[in-house]
Design a protein around this ligand. Sequence first.
Ligand code: ADP
Length: 298
Amino acid sequence: MKIEINGLDVIYKNGNHAVKDMTLNIEEGMFGLLGPNGAGKSSLMKILVALMKPASGEVLIDGRNIQKERKKLRTYLGYLPQDFRFFTRLKTWEFLDYAGSLAGIRNKKQRIQVVDELLDRVGLLEARDRKANKLSGGMKRRLGIAQALIGDPKIIVVDEPTTGLDPDERIRFRNILSDLSQNEVTIILSTHIVGDISSTCQNMALLNKGEMVLSGSPADLVKQAEGHVFNLRLTQEEYDRIKDDFHVISSIPSDVGWDAQVVAKEVSGFDSQLIEPNMEHAYVYYMEHKINDVSINI
Ligand code: ADP
């Protein structure tokens, strides 16, 4: 399903303007919302799943307004919130069974079948009889996505699902989402972790302070940093001098002092070599230079 966001503003009661005049189109497949904490990702997602009302603007799902047809359109939506927790002492399968009955699957036999299919899909069949609140962090997150999948949603919204997971679990979770995105669904994934986007999303938007500052493919973002990532061969004295002026991505000791990778508009006066940017470089470049420059111009 296709999502159109037109001129969206989200303003909290205390006056916080969390999303500012946002316009964005999201097609089928996996779409990433990338931005630092406070960028407005969670606020946007709550609007997308109709848990909050915008101050102005609209969200259309296949041309239908989510606020006007909330009840009907919510049946197409699955949501894994950032702070998804289990307050129950239910077993893993019982938790999903309960979620299934809330989602309106009345027939017990059918519900159990759905539950076991979902547990299998997220690799939790063997943990079926364990207490949900005793599962590991990664398993809980996978149970969270299973819960979001009940009712076969066409749009799945997941808010910062990989935060706090170890690398194995992060990759596993991303693979589950990638598999889902093969089935003509739209997955919207918010994260502040660049690697989540580069390895899974065909399209993305970069958010900062409530504004959408770039939308396109991850490769479009990477292109922005071409000509701005350098490998510098530095003496200790030079290294100490540049440390505070440039964003140093990595540094390793060398025969002369340090080999440092830096992201900068330009460098001169050092033994430097341009290198191919990756997503992490591009994110740093965009957030530190492009956005600051834009605000200076304004
Ligand atoms: P992100 O998900 O990118 O971290 P959020 O949508 O959570 O961003 O927050 C965007 C802005 O809205 C922040 O300035 C945050 O402090 C503010 N905000 C979020 N939730 C609330 C709330 N319930 N009440 C008031 N302000 C909020």
